[in-house]
Design a binder for this molecule. Structure first.
Ligand SMILES: [Zn+2]
Length: 328
């Protein structure tokens, strides 16, 4: 290291000390300029509401699940989305087969408790285009043996981010029509997504891209994964563009067989995007790496890092803006 470099180092050290000594002093702006699109207070409040004891862990077909569904309908309506279900904002479907904890009082002999997706729409500007579908499941594990599974990260976080994005695009109309779906019964086999795709409420061929949000608030190392580019390589430059305007690190992967991905688990069928993928729809899945509180009673709002979650929600809006701009 030469003299000039050493002098520069001295200047940098002095500047750093001055900054430390005077907390009000200007610090350099982060390299990645990111824009704030979402109301972060509301984001955390929405996540707190859905994961609160009043919603009883949002088990499909349970009173807590029903309460969550009604709350999301209210938020879609207030945000100004158009109803796009089969029954106003709802797309009800029967939970056939075994259900972990049937609600008390469910009539015996009935086909099974009803579950329902919540579906809203924002019209696109101008010419008819394919749809952008944004999804997040609202159900979680409910109450088990009297223990509450609040599911804050899984997936109150995804629903809160979906609501933030919906509110943004109502105020800033997209080119493509957008459909926002809060799925029920993901935790017992992606049932809501299967009901949505097989109903042809929206034909798979009409969908340009499905963007699924599931566990988006607990990032170690400020990282979130974007899966789907292995199937749709055209998404990679778009996500690189998003990265240049985002404060979180976007890692692409978790979308190939583990053996060919250096041991990185294949998440293609681990959440609702798998159903779109099987129907031939390109997808992007945003989600954080697994953590020890996943599917545990300790998946609580207190363990969320609000700054990271806010940065992720802004990144998701940035991604949707970019997809809206570039997807045909
Ligand atoms: Zn989930």
């Amino acid at each position: 290291m030469g003299w000039v470099a050493r002098s520069l180092l001295l200047i940098i050290v002095v500047a750093a000390l001055a900054t430390a000594a005077f907390p009000g002093a200007q610090t350099p702006a982060p390299a990645a300029a990111s824009t704030s699109y979402v109301n972060r207070g509301q984001l955390m409040r929405d996540m707190g509401t859905l994961s609160s004891p009043a919603f009883e862990g949002r088990g499909p077909g349970t009173p807590g699940g029903l309460k969550a569904r009604e709350w999301i309908v209210g938020e879609f309506r207030t945000a100004g989305l158009s109803a796009a279900g089969t029954d106003n904002f709802l797309q009800p479907f029967v939970l056939a087969g075994s259900v972990p904890s049937p609600p008390p009082g469910d009539a015996t002999g009935a086909p099974g408790p009803m579950a329902a997706n919540v579906v809203g729409r924002i019209p696109g500007r101008g010419a008819t285009r394919k749809l952008l579908v944004v999804t997040a499941h609202y159900d979680h594990l409910g109450l088990r043996n009297g223990v509450l599974y609040p599911g804050a990260d899984d997936n109150a976080s995804g629903v809160a981010a979906l609501l933030a994005a919906a509110r943004y695009f109502v105020r800033n109309p997209p080119r493509h029509p957008m459909v926002f779906v809060a799925f029920d019964a993901e935790e017992i086999g992606l049932r809501g997504a299967r009901a949505f795709v097989s109903s042809r409420l929206v034909a798979p061929g009409e969908i340009g891209l499905a963007v699924n949000l599931d566990m988006v608030s607990r990032g170690s190392a400020n990282e979130i994964f974007a899966a789907g580019t292995a199937y749709s390589p055209w998404l990679t430059p778009l996500l690189e563009e998003v990265q240049s305007r985002s404060a979180v690190t976007i890692r692409m992967g978790h979308d190939r067989p583990e053996a060919s991905a250096g041991g990185l688990e294949d998440w293609t069928h681990l959440s609702d995007h798998g159903v779109f993928h099987d129907a031939g729809v390109p997808f992007v899945y945003f989600g954080v790496e697994d953590h020890p509180d996943n599917h545990e009673p300790t998946d609580t709002v207190e363990r969320i890092n609000p700054r990271f979650f806010g940065d992720v929600a802004d990144m998701i809006v940035e991604a949707l803006r970019t997809f809206d701009e570039h997807v045909n």
